[in-house]
Design a protein around this ligand. Sequence first.
Ligand SMILES: Cc1cc2nc3c(=O)[nH]c(=O)nc-3n(C[C@H](O)[C@H](O)[C@H](O)COP(=O)(O)OP(=O)(O)OC[C@H]3O[C@@H](n4cnc5c(N)ncnc54)[C@H](O)[C@@H]3O)c2cc1C
Length: 412
Amino acid sequence: MTHDMKIIVIGAGVVGVTTAWYLTELGHEVTVIERLSAPAGEASFGNAGGICPSFAGPWAAPGMPLKALRWLFDDFPPLKIRPRFDLAQWRWLAAFVANCNARSFAENKARMQRVAHYSRHCLTELSAQTGIAFDLSDKGVLQVFQTEEEAEGGRRSAKVLAELGIAHRFVEASELAGIEPALKDSNASFAAGLHLPDDGTGDSHIFTRSLAALLVKKGCRFEFDTIVSAIETDANRIIGLRTHAGKLSADAFVVAAGAFAPALLKPLGINLPVYPVKGYSITCPIHTDAGAPLSSVMDEHSKVMVTRLGNRLRAAGVAEIAGYDRALRPEARLGLIDRVRNLFPAACDYAAAEFWCGFRPMTPAGPAIVGPTEFSNLYLNAGHGSNGWTQACGTARILADMISGRTPDIEP
Ligand SMILES: Cc1cc2nc3c(=O)[nH]c(=O)nc-3n(C[C@H](O)[C@H](O)[C@H](O)COP(=O)(O)OP(=O)(O)OC[C@H]3O[C@@H](n4cnc5c(N)ncnc54)[C@H](O)[C@@H]3O)c2cc1C
């Protein structure tokens, strides 16, 4: 076992901070470098908050290219591609389409499920150990289907879940309000639903910030407002990081820079297949308790996830494949509000919604990239896509074990 190494983690999102946690627990001296002035300022800030191992799976699925074509004519499309003169975008899209077949889907789904369920277990353990409060709710996730075609997809998912031994219940439309009472006032009409009782919700921003504060007490250092501009190598080793504050050295380095990891790795000859898939969220204070969801509802029709985070309602959706464009498009805000108001008309004063966007660090196949590289002391923990909050603790622990020469609890 290798203990007491000096390790630098690049990125203080939920993935970087959980990685720092498990490395610190294993006795290493860890420093986290973050270009922003606080933890969880990018994708880990305003995501949908779903801790959804039963749901975890790749977007690259059979039938997805056809759906994407149909969405071209939608007024609020779940997926939007803005073509750019960018080889990375075209390469990523080609690899995504290549994974849209039954065999790749099954393989990638099984890998993601394994990691996500392990991660759920790690998060439960970590919350009990630390007592961090982050609006955690264990009341499950309800997927709702508005059309018979969507319900049929739900029945197929239920079959896969049954094969994997994952708790679930396919429910008729009449049973939905029994699970989420506020749906009885919904303006939408439903065909059916799929209830995933083991999934949950929580605020990844509050969690990451609190975990970072605990880490500081344990001796882990955080260097905020520090941009890593280059990773310096000598033959097959990393010898240091270049930042505007000077050069930083360590025994080992972890890149946990989310959607920004490819730019850091490219000069090293590592072409990380991670692309920024932009999404939006709104957050509003709940003003009518009875009108808001108890837990989390995933509307399969619009692919918008509506989550209760304590006394706030968070709704997130939309996938824009358009590079690192941070524009907060008003039509996305209006579209989100419209879909959520349709489901839960009385929950919030939607005019007061805070609006946010972030980049899902997506791999074309789905699974995150976790492990060593061709450089002997450089490790990756990136590409968690739309499931990064769900998978963070698990992938962090797997990587910390690998770096420490321990056998991870599950086959990564
Ligand atoms: C709209 C939306 C909804 C989502 N919903 C869910 C959900 O319900 N459930 C779920 O599990 N997941 C969800 N996700 C995905 C999840 O948010 C991400 O997978 C996860 O936050 C990724 O974490 P990360 O730490 O890898 O990346 P980030 O949180 O983006 O962190 C990366 C960090 O690295 C820093 N960094 C980058 N480059 C450098 C550099 N050169 N020097 C120093 N620092 C650097 C950045 O500033 C950033 O803080 C959603 C994402 C979006 C966008």
